[in-house]
Design a protein. Structure first.
Length: 201
C-alpha cells in the first residue's frame, strides 16, 4: 500500500507516536508490507537493516546528493551500519520509540535563511516549532500483529510547513524527490522483510 498527498491534513486520533509529533501536515506518504515473522523479529530488523541490504539505496541517494560526496548522513551512509543509527547520529533526531511497536525520527527540511539552532535539538523542541519559515519532516516505522507469526510494517512520512513560504519551498523539492523517495521506502521495507523472515536473523 502507498499513498502521497500535498493537501493539508490532520491526524484523526493520537494513536501513534507519529501523531504526537506531526498531527498536522501538508505532505505525506505511506507504505506497508506484510511480513511472515513475529513483530519482535520485524522490529529487530527495522533497527538493524543496513544501507547495503536496501536495493538501489546507493543509486537513489547518489541522485538525491546530485553526485556530490557530502558528509556522512542517511544519504551517504556506511554500508554495514544500521541505517537508523546513522540517521539518528547525523541529520535526524530520535523522537520516540516504543519497543517492538514504533520508532519515529525527525528533521528540519526547510529553515529560515540564516537560522542556526540555539540549543541541542530535543523531541519536545521539535514538537514546539511553529515559527514561520520551517518545514519539519518525521518518519516512523510501525509494527502491528497480522495473525500467528505474521505482522504488518508500515512506514509513514509527514511534512509540516509552518507557513506558505516554507510550504512553497518544500513543494518544489517534493515534486522532484517523491518518485525516488517512494521507491526507496518500498525497497527499505522489502529489506526489513528479508531480514525478519530469514531463519538466521
Amino acid at each position: 500500500m502507498e499513498s502521497h498527498s500535498s493537501q493539508s491534513a490532520h491526524a484523526d486520533t493520537p494513536n501513534t507516536q507519529l501523531n504526537q509529533f506531526v498531527p498536522v501536515y501538508q505532505f505525506h506518504e505511506i507504505h506497508s508490507i506484510r511480513i511472515a515473522a513475529p513483530k519482535e523479529k520485524a522490529y529487530a530488523a527495522i533497527k538493524s537493516v543496513t544501507a547495503d541490504e536496501i536495493f538501489l539505496f546507493r543509486t537513489l541517494t547518489w541522485i538525491r546528493r546530485l553526485g556530490r560526496p557530502g558528509p556522512e548522513s542517511i544519504l551517504n551512509a556506511p554500508g554495514h551500519e544500521p541505517i537508523l543509527d546513522v540517521a539518528a547520529r547525523t541529520s535526524f533526531l530520535l523522537l520516540a520509540e516504543v519497543p517492538n511497536h514504533e520508532i519515529v525520527v525527525g528533521t528540519a527540511v526547510v529553515v529560515p535563511h540564516g537560522w542556526r539552532p540555539s540549543q541541542r535539538p530535543t523531541p519536545e523542541g521539535f514538537k514546539a516549532v511553529h515559527e514561520p519559515g520551517f518545514a519539519l519532516a518525521a518518519m516512523n516505522f510501525l509494527v502491528e500483529d497480522a495473525g500467528p507469526d505474521a505482522c504488518t510494517v508500515t512506514t509513514e512520512t509527514r511534512i509540516y510547513a509552518t507557513d506558505s513560504s516554507a510550504r512553497r519551498r518544500f513543494a518544489a523539492y517534493w515534486r522532484v524527490i517523491y518518485p525516488g523517495s517512494s521507491l526507496l521506502r518500498r525497497t527499505w521495507l522489502r529489506a526489513i522483510a528479508r531480514r525478519a523472515e530469514s531463519p538466521t536473523s
